[in-house]
Design a protein around this ligand. Structure first.
Ligand code: APR
Ligand code: PHB
Length: 393
């Protein structure tokens, strides 16, 4: 088999890239190792930046998002027993964010790809890419129990943090910058109405907590827990009690979350990682295959979308002008945005979490920073601009 762009991985990056290329009349094949229902059920974050929503809409993938997505114009920060709202449109040039889960984005893109797009194979596990620095890179994969090959003009590795495409960049060319954090998140889904109509990010000496949502009936809640925590050690009641303690407000001692049946419970590690460059020869890396962020800034999916937007434009530019200029600058263009998001995610994470080694001095610095955001429009604008996402060039 052969194609113009061979895409490894059918997560948000691979699926959105395939859709953008299809709309531009460029053919592609997507190879995804898992089955469709696994990919559609995998629980991930749920905040879409304005630019991500704009591109989903213009790609014809925004209909359900426009019906079911929840528009948010701010977030609440809770710290020191107080609540402070950060307003986005007034601080970030009119931009807002949407609550629409990654699972739903993936379902919409899969349905479109199967109905209108090029081939999307599930259960197709890629082993390696050969000839990254030749004119005809070849993807080797197993499908239907047989070893197969896909010969491409270009290959894009959208295969996530544990993917294989990164290995096509020789070790002497590749550098990975990493940071791990001394805590994880325990995340739950609950059949309980969100307690507030915006997200609440809470700093507390007991640890970080986040109240998010999936719909007006379903809450998504997170608690900072030690690394290595077994979710089985956290009964539903213990989770709710701990969430209430971390969100406590001095001015409203009766404030409580709305409780309901917990339908999913899992522990997520927190890690930052960037691999440079994001291109070698005719192989490009996009999304989690090239970089991951801790979820505190809600940037993972949006960064993935930004990469493939830049890449799809570069392929269109190549087709209409014959110039590889935009493909040649792909890595540098994306890495500027990636490092901004890495910094913001690191900032949100370290400002809001309690490091087990943290001193009273460190806690007071965190509270001072949060207070600065609450009292200075400049400091609040810095958060709002980063959270809603810098506009794409
Ligand atoms: N062969 C084929 N497919 C593979 C292989 C392989 N060897 N290895 C991984 N995959 C598939 C995975 O099964 C997964 O469906 O690649 C896909 C990668 O998807 P994601 O991990 O979701 O990465 P990406 O599409 O870049 O999306 C980034 O996901 O992790 C979140 O927070 C992150 O929201 C962000 C988004
Ligand atoms: C989520 O809803 O899953 C979510 C929201 C905001 C974050 C992280 C996760 O920062």
């Amino acid at each position: 088999m052969r194609t113009t762009v061979g895409i490894i991985g059918g997560g948000p990056s691979g699926l959105l890239l395939a859709r953008l290329l299809h709309n531009a009349g460029i053919d592609s094949v997507v190879l995804e190792s898992r089955d469709r229902s696994y990919v559609e059920q995998r629980q991930r974050a749920g905040i879409l930046e304005q630019a991500t929503v704009d591109v989903l809409r213009s790609a014809g993938a925004g209909a359900r998002l426009d019906r079911e997505g929840l528009v948010h114009d701010g977030i609440e920060l809770r710290y020191d027993g107080r609540a402070h709202r950060v307003d986005f449109p007034s601080l970030a040039d009119g931009r807002r964010v949407w609550v629409y889960a990654q699972t739903e984005v993936v379902k919409d893109l899969i349905a479109l790809q199967l109905a209108e797009g090029g081939p999307l194979f599930f259960g197709a596990e890629v082993q390696a890419v050969d000839g990254a620095d030749t004119e005809r890179p070849v993807i080797r994969y197993t499908h239907d129990g047989r070893e197969q090959t896909l010969t491409c003009d270009y290959v894009v590795g959208c295969d996530g943090f544990h993917g294989v495409a990164r290995n096509a960049v020789p070790e002497h060319v590749r550098t990975t910058y990493e940071r791990t954090y001394p805590y994880s998140w325990l995340g739950i889904l609950a059949e309980a109405p969100p307690v507030h109509d915006e997200l609440i990010y809470a700093h507390s000496e007991r640890g970080f907590a986040l109240a998010s949502m999936r719909s007006p009936q379903v809450s998504r809640l997170y608690l900072q827990v030690p690394n290595g925590t077994d979710p089985a050690d956290w009964s539903d009641e213990r989770i709710w009690d701990e969430l209430d303690a971390r969100f406590a407000l001095d001015a409203d001692p009766e404030w409580r979350l709305k409780r309901g049946p917990v339908t999913a419970k899992s522990v997520l590690p927190m890690r930052s990682s960037v691999t440079e460059p994001m291109r070698y020869g005719r192989v490009f890396l996009a999304g989690d295959a090239a970089h991951i962020v801790p979820p505190t800034g809600a940037k993972g999916l949006n960064l993935a979308a930004a990469d493939v937007i830049v890449l799809a434009r570069a392929f269109e530019h190549l087709r209409s002008t014959g110039s590889t200029e935009q493909l040649d600058t792909y890595s540098d263009t994306c890495l500027r945005r990636v490092w901004r998001a890495e910094h913001f995610s690191y900032f949100m994470t370290t400002t809001l979490h309690t490091d087990p080694e943290q001193s009273g001095f460190d806690t007071r610095l965190q509270l001072s920073q949060l207070d600065r955001i609450a009292t200075s429009p400049h400091a609040a604008a810095e958060l709002a601009e980063n959270y809603t996402g810098l506009p794409l060039a």
